[in-house]
Design a protein. Structure first.
Length: 704
């Protein structure tokens, strides 16, 4: 979309909306909220769309509004200052020397207006490049533009998830197509088997970071190749391998065409690992033999693995890989066995080409995403790591969240007032958080309750709008959360509906949980949200079972399912519930980040001892631990143990503590736990700490 014609006095609004800086910086969000609050809400906080839809009359009026203009000027100053890379952490500690870190990921979760992510992997990738921008890390990012996004979730009255494929309106996102030096559309060629796929790229500014998104949906391509950039994680194995080949080859070619010369290539999960093969070919074309090319690539590649479940790692039949990449194998100058050894565990029984093995074999540093996950990864890939022990280092760098994106405005104001005006820049300095106890309990509780009311109003309005548009029946009003009570202890559970996350564990003894929920003096309510992969029927069964509980009148409206979970609704949830429930089967949660987001908003974690919680948990002090990490051999026995422990803690510890109030109705002892949850999480589990570790433990050792 072309820039909007604006009054001269506010003409830089076009520039502001063309960079997603506004999506996580308070000044930017507040500016557009002040410009037109109703448009801000109607567009689901999409400043770019809002500016292109707002009336000329409103723009003219605001260009003469002194209060708005003052805030506009202050925002422009903040934006210009933000873009000054020489004032950032990275440039103050390291020489820039025109080098870049190339960051590849199959998905990026940056803003809800661009739904090219499915869950934690994509949101982490989005948080990573936002933090790179904040710290001034010279990063360039490559991903895929999925024109139909992930999917829109609909839950009919029977509770079986429906996946609606809706094209993303590209007019509502500040994407800019990449052109060549002649001003023509840049088209990259990718050979897949006997076919040529043409690929274009779109540029998206994410603060100081350029994100390039690849797109095959152009007229030059055959219909089945155009669909490669339709949906995230859609189709069969052939579509998946085609997508991963395009990401690798077109991504490397794009950086070459744009004159980037990255010193570090960071592969976020195995989906990206074919990049190393393409880079070897580039080095061979420069005159190196295969052995030297392999060493050059390995010494400049770092690899992040996220998946503790063997079935979660992409693995392709050898004949499929050979069919797709035969031309490339020939040009590498090696035989098929040498090539397949890069991705096959020769000590194991699985005779498939595994993308995680390829990632490990072609990287000199591999990182897991939590300390427990580090041990799981070492055990899972023991043979591969043993073979590479001299040349591949494996370390644990626990995930963190981009706190400015997820911390509520009301909490942000408290942090500015009592912690530090520059708390965002200093967030990983644990010492500043010693001032948390200076926040008066009444102010803290007032802010939390306003966030809670805001969440419940959001859920009610969503249900009202759906009913008005006849998208849900009257019997679904109850399940949609229309009767949620702001005064009741509210549990949040929102994430991907994978079976190991055991979303319905809390309903294992339905009579006991109903007794807890329906206590007239101390009621408890539970808000669920999340999507199952369209091909994951067991995950859909979980949603259906929970939705039936939400429909049940026996639960008195105390169970709600919020449809179509995304980044937008996630913020309301992590900011507004009272406690965050997480029940993964240990050790299958590699890290988890939703609990970090909640904790940093003063919402304590209530979880089995898995992922990041292993490194943070202090039972009864900063949250609660289910079953204390005890692992049973039988899954049914484990669920029985965990559910009974969950009920005991909820009934005997959490509920009484929450409802223990002083004369002013302030739960002082509860607030002590919530403040400690902030104190113990906000520095250690921020993306600022995480990315600084990436720099110091992976990027700089690679560059130096």
């Amino acid at each position: 979309m072309a820039s909007r014609n604006l009054p001269e006095r506010i003409s830089r609004l076009n520039e502001l909306t063309s960079n997603l800086w506004w999506s996580w910086n308070h000044e930017g969000r507040e500016l557009f909220r002040q410009l037109d609050r109703q448009s801000w809400l109607r567009t689901r906080h999409n400043a770019y769309r809002m500016l292109n839809e707002i009336s000329d009359e409103v723009l003219l009026a605001k260009s003469n509004d002194e209060d708005f203009l003052k805030y506009y000027d202050d925002t422009i100053i903040a934006y210009d200052k933000y873009l000054m890379k020489d004032q950032k952490w990275y440039s103050k500690n390291y020489e820039l020397n025109n080098h870049h870190i190339a960051y590849f990921s199959m998905e990026f979760g940056i803003h809800q207006s661009l739904p090219i992510y499915s869950g934690g992997l994509g949101v982490l990738a989005g948080d990573t490049i936002k933090e790179a921008s904040d710290l001034g890390v010279p990063m360039v990012a490559i991903g895929f533009l999925y024109g139909r996004g992930y999917f829109t979730q609909r839950i009919p009255s029977h509770g079986w998830q429906e996946a609606i494929s809706e094209p993303i309106n590209m007019e509502n996102v500040p994407l800019k197509v990449v052109k060549d030096n002649n001003g023509d559309l840049l088209k990259l060629k990718v050979t897949v088997g006997n076919d040529i796929i043409k690929v274009i790229a779109w540029q998206l500014k994410v603060g100081n970071v350029e994100l390039y998104l690849l797109d095959t949906d152009i007229n030059d391509n055959k219909p089945w190749y155009r669909t490669l950039s339709h949906r995230l994680y859609g189709g069969d194995q052939e579509m998946r391998i085609n997508q991963e080949i395009v990401l690798a080859i077109a991504g490397e070619e794009l950086l070459h065409e744009l004159k980037y010369q990255p010193k570090v290539w960071h592969l976020n999960e195995g989906h990206c690992a074919f990049i190393s093969i393409k880079r070897m070919l580039r080095e061979i074309e420069k005159g190196l033999d295969y052995t030297d090319a392999f060493e050059v690539v390995k010494k400049s590649t770092v690899f992040t693995t996220h998946t503790p479940v063997p079935a979660g790692h992409d693995a392709f039949p050898l004949d499929l890989v050979e069919n797709k990449l035969n031309y490339l194998i020939d040009r590498l100058g090696i035989d098929k066995k040498q090539f397949f050894d890069l991705g096959v565990n020769i000590e194991g029984n699985d005779n498939r080409f595994n993308m995680t093995i390829l990632g490990i074999n072609t990287a000199h540093i591999v990182n897991s995403v939590s300390q427990l996950h580090l041990e799981v990864t070492k055990n899972m890939w023991k043979e591969i790591l043993t073979k590479n022990y001299e040349n591949t280092k494996i370390i644990g760098i626990t995930n963190g969240i981009h706190s400015p994106t997820f911390i509520a405005g009301k909490m942000r104001k408290l942090y500015e007032k009592y912690i530090s005006e520059n708390w965002i820049d200093e967030i990983d300095n644990q010492m500043i958080w010693d001032n948390l106890d200076q926040i008066p309990n009444n102010e803290f509780w007032d802010s939390h309750m306003k966030n809670k009311i805001r969440l419940i109003e959001y859920i009610r309005e969503y249900a009202r709008r759906k009913r008005k548009n006849k998208q849900i029946g009257s019997e679904q009003i109850l399940a949609s959360g229309a009767f949620l009570d702001p005064k009741a202890l509210t549990i949040g559970f929102a994430r991907r509906f994978a079976t190991y996350k055991r979303a319905n564990l809390i309903f294992k003894d339905i009579n006991r949980i109903r007794k807890i929920m329906n206590n007239e003096d101390m009621p408890v309510q539970i808000i669920f949200a999340g999507k199952a992969h369209p091909a994951d029927d067991p995950g859909k069964h979980l949603i259906q079972s929970i939705y039936r509980e939400a429909l049940s009148e026996e639960n008195l409206g105390r169970v709600a399912f919020v449809e179509d979970y995304d980044l937008h609704s996630a913020k309301y949830l992590v900011q507004g519930v009272d406690i965050w429930l997480n029940t993964p089967l240990r050790p299958y949660e590699a890290s988890g980040t939703s609990g970090m987001k909640a904790a940093q908003n003063g919402v304590p974690h209530f979880s089995t001892l898995d992922g990041w919680w292993v490194e943070c948990a202090n039972h009864g002090i900063n949250g609660w631990v289910i079953s204390d990490g005890i692992e049973m051999e039988n899954a049914d026995e484990q669920s029985m143990l965990d559910s009974e422990n969950l009920y005991d803690i909820l009934e005997n510890e959490i509920v009484p503590l929450y409802y223990n109030r002083d004369k002013k109705n302030i739960p002082n002892e509860w607030i002590k736990v919530t403040k400690r949850s902030i104190y113990d999480s906000i520095s250690l589990f921020s993306s600022k700490r995480m990315l600084k570790e990436y720099v110091m433990k992976m990027y700089r050792p690679t560059i130096d």
